[in-house]
Design a protein around this ligand. Structure first.
Ligand SMILES: [Zn+2]
Length: 80
């Protein structure tokens, strides 16, 4: 029995999603919403296709303030 490991499964899903997005006409676009590129990491506002979830428009905020300036970790402050 052939088993996919995590990496293979991730790649397969990426390819399927890419095909879905390539074939989608993006007819239904969401309003501006918060985009998290990783859990807890806010990446600005985006508009996405409600069908395939592709990012259609991006708005990089120019007011991102690191919430941990003193520690130098540079975490985004999500409350903004
Ligand atoms: Zn779409």
């Amino acid at each position: 029995m052939k088993k996919e490991n995590h990496e293979q499964m991730r790649k397969r899903h990426e390819k399927e999603i890419e095909e879905l997005q390539n074939n989608c006409k993006h007819e239904k676009i969401s309003d501006w919403m918060d985009h998290y590129w990783a859990p807890g990491h806010w990446g600005g506002k985006v508009k996405v296709c409600e069908f395939c979830n592709e990012i259609i428009e991006k708005q990089k905020p120019d007011y991102i303030i690191p919430s941990t300036i003193s520690t130098g970790k540079g975490e985004w402050n999500e409350s903004l």
